[in-house]
Design a protein around this ligand. Structure first.
Ligand code: FE
Ligand code: FE
Ligand code: ZN
Length: 298
């Protein structure tokens, strides 16, 4: 099982700190943002401690490195053309950073149509991808399946396929399937993951999946909410997520958790990550309903 979580990459340790954090969870994969997820300020790769970080990653046996593009890039924005241009230029830089960091796939939120309807947005995203993609890049841009919050696009496998269809350089595109997002979008991840995977295979081909975001959901199937929950504590549940994590057709695909930190109470602002405990449960294939209580007692 290739499994890990998102980890921080911050000064001064940068990639070295990311490797140490992932190792502390017992992970063999990790996902990083190249800077803060909410903004587009980025350090130069010369300041990211890349050589030292890569050495550590190799030593720890963490050999699946995923990236995530910032949330605020919206290539589907047909209302403000200047935003589109900014997004394209940012993503061109992001690809260079990913290749320097050794990131194999970059999870990417396709965007939002802002009232103009998904078709125009999806076409614009595909055309933007043709400008962004460098034929010689190593990183694959892994378009993420979205929950359908607001006017998000990419909420169905068909919509993701529309991006592939309109993009000439789609050999550099792949897909991130997020279990929370797909359940929130209406797919039956809980009871019929094989049915969903089959549908994906017919429309795009299973081989296009380069990343799985393994998250439980706080809301019911079809809720269009996008609020992640800890593995086994949400509406999808442990058995279904464990099934995804160990699925033979997804064996080579890294599973990345973006589950919330566990908090003592409402006054606990930060909380503590449960990634180590979640990885342990998935490795042993055994849910521990007391996991959060034990973690809080530590
Ligand atoms: Fe995401
Ligand atoms: Fe995700
Ligand atoms: Zn999400």
């Amino acid at each position: 099982m290739i499994i890990g979580s998102h980890v921080a990459m911050k000064a001064p340790k940068m990639l070295v700190g990311s490797a140490q954090e992932a190792h502390s969870y017992g992970a063999n994969a990790m996902m990083i943002f190249t800077g803060a997820p909410q903004n587009t300020r980025r350090k130069d790769t010369s300041e990211m401690k890349i050589e030292e970080g890569k050495k550590l990653l190799e030593e720890y046996g963490i050999n699946n490195i995923i990236g995530h593009a910032p949330y605020i890039i919206n290539l589907g924005n047909t209302v403000k053309p200047q935003n589109l241009q900014f997004g394209i230029e940012f993503m061109q830089g992001e690809i260079k950073r990913c290749d320097a960091l050794g990131i194999q796939a970059l999870s990417f939120h396709p965007g939002a149509h802002l009232g103009k309807g998904p078709d125009v947005a999806l076409k614009q995203i595909a055309e933007a991808m043709d400008e962004i993609i460098d034929e010689n890049q190593n990183v694959s841009i892994a378009i993420e399946t979205m929950a359908g919050k607001g006017t998000e696009v990419g909420t169905s496998i068909e919509q993701i396929a529309q991006i592939f269809d309109h993009c000439q350089k789609n050999d550099k595109l792949s897909v991130t399937i997020d279990t929370c997002h797909m359940s929130d979008a209406g797919y039956d991840i809980k009871n019929d993951f094989d049915g969903v995977l089959n549908e994906f295979d017919h429309i795009l081909g299973i081989g296009k999946i380069s990343v799985v975001h393994l998250n439980d959901s706080k809301n019911e199937q079809g809720s269009h909410k996008d609020r992640h929950d800890d593995i086994g504590f949400g509406t999808i549940g442990f058995d279904a997520l464990n099934y995804v994590a160990h699925h033979p057709q997804l064996e080579q695909v890294p599973k990345i958790m973006e589950t919330p930190y566990v908090k003592k109470d409402e006054n606990d602002k930060k909380g503590v990550p449960a990634f180590k405990e979640e990885i342990d449960m998935l490795r042993s294939q055994q849910f521990d309903p007391e996991m959060k209580n034990k973690l809080m007692a530590k």
